[in-house]
Design a binder for this molecule. Structure first.
Ligand SMILES: Cc1ncc(COP(=O)(O)O)c(C=O)c1O
Length: 378
């Protein structure tokens, strides 16, 4: 059998990782400013993570959600404390798309409505409702095109207020920093106006924190920079540092009903032990603070570089989520960073380099990236 060929691949076989470095099968070292698409939060192959997951595997790999799982209870308590959402409820699944799928279902179960508002250029995943809320017709199959979603321009509050005033919107779903959309930031005025309009008109506000959340922005959640409190928060990616896991954080105003949501694998003991190890390392190594400090440093250094290299037209982002807008398509620069400078970066649209390093990136590694980028721009 062959693989179903849906990914355009680099001809590189990564076999080892440590911190912000990865190695291919020929022993070549790479600096990882991509984190496997924003998934690696505490760094590759962290010893504490390896120990916790290995220990769990040797005790119990899996049992179903028909019995108590004290690891889920511990994760809910710890996540509530560290994120500032002590009074919210946690539902665990296996991916980002599943998190959004369940968030949208829950919103519809709650208010009985079926209309969704999402932002232009939004990316929310590839399952039925998640992909419908994703503004990319190329990945919406005809069977998913069910006319539930209206896409509106980011930060254009009157446009969202006008739709919400129809009193038929089930949920508004938004990334406070758009990832796939190219590191586009929601403004504070827009976020606060949107939250107020949702409340007034009975729509639930869902913040998709799958890419911008879990410490990446330099606060636990990106929406915490904007002083809003969503009804539902979705997370995945960095939550378990590569072990597949997603989660929905749910306001206490929403009451659980037996059987309404469910999953076989969600919240399994291995995923929970991986997620608990991530929180241990977040606390011990102060990684959210590090994302803020080193991220802002990297943004400053990139802005300095921009003064000498007008090919960089804009630097935007927060913490370890940074967009470097170029006057030319990113393709050649990204390829040269990878094959000449041995540095992984992400991308968005046609002209944006997207930096999503592990949250443990050091200032020395940030400087190292800047000098590699300089070599390519020279
Ligand atoms: C903001 C956002 N939401 C949802 C998803 C979907 O997550 P997953 O690929 O785990 O289903 C992604 C993935 O890139 C994302 O960036």
């Amino acid at each position: 059998m062959k693989l179903f060929d849906v990914y355009p691949l680099f001809d590189i076989n990564i076999v080892k990782g440590k911190g912000c470095k990865i190695w291919d099968d020929k022993g070549q070292e790479y600096l990882d400013l991509y984190g496997g698409h924003a998934v690696i939060s505490i760094g590759h192959s962290h010893p504490h993570y390896i120990n916790k997951v290995t220990e769990q595997l040797s005790n119990l790999g899996f049992y179903s959600n028909s019995v108590k799982n004290m690891l889920q209870v511990e994760l809910a308590e710890r996540l509530g404390k560290i994120s500032g959402y002590d009074d919210y409820q946690l539902f665990l699944i296996n991916s980002g798309a599943e998190a959004n799928e369940n968030a949208l279902k829950l919103a519809s179960f709650t208010n009985g409505r079926t209309r969704i508002l999402a932002a232009k250029k939004a990316f929310h995943g590839r399952t039925s409702l998640a992909v419908e809320a994703t503004d990319n017709p190329k990945i919406i199959a005809p069977i998913n095109n069910n006319q539930h979603v209206t896409y509106l321009p980011l930060n254009d509050l009157p446009a969202w207020e006008e739709e919400l005033a129809k009193d038929d919107v089930c949920a508004v779903i938004i990334e406070c920093i758009q990832g796939v959309g190219g590191i586009k930031m929601v403004s504070k005025d827009f976020a606060q106006g949107l939250a107020a309009a949702c409340k007034k008109h009975g729509a639930l506000l869902i913040c998709d924190e799958i890419q911008c959340g879990y410490g990446r922005s330099g606060k636990f959640f990106a929406h915490q920079w904007l002083d809003i409190q969503p009804d539902i928060i979705t997370v995945a990616k960095g939550i378990a540092n590569g072990f597949p896991m997603g989660a929905v954080l749910i306001s206490p105003a929403l009451k659980p009903i037996y059987g309404q949501l469910g999953t076989t694998f969600g919240g399994n003991p291995l995923a929970c032990s991986a997620a608990l190890a991530v929180l241990d390392v977040f606390e011990k190594e102060q990684l959210v603070e590090n994302a803020h400090i080193v991220g802002e440093y990297l943004i400053e250094q990139l802005k300095e570089l921009q003064k000498d290299y007008p090919i960089i037209t804009e630097v935007r982002g927060r913490g370890m989520m940074i967009g470097v807008e170029l006057a030319v398509p990113y393709k050649e620069i990204r390829q040269r960073l990878l094959f000449e400078q041995h540095c992984f970066t992400g991308c968005a649209g046609t002209n944006t380099l997207r930096l999503l390093p592990p949250l443990c990136l050091t200032k020395t590694e940030a400087d190292d990236f800047i000098s590699r980028l300089k070599q390519v721009l020279n």
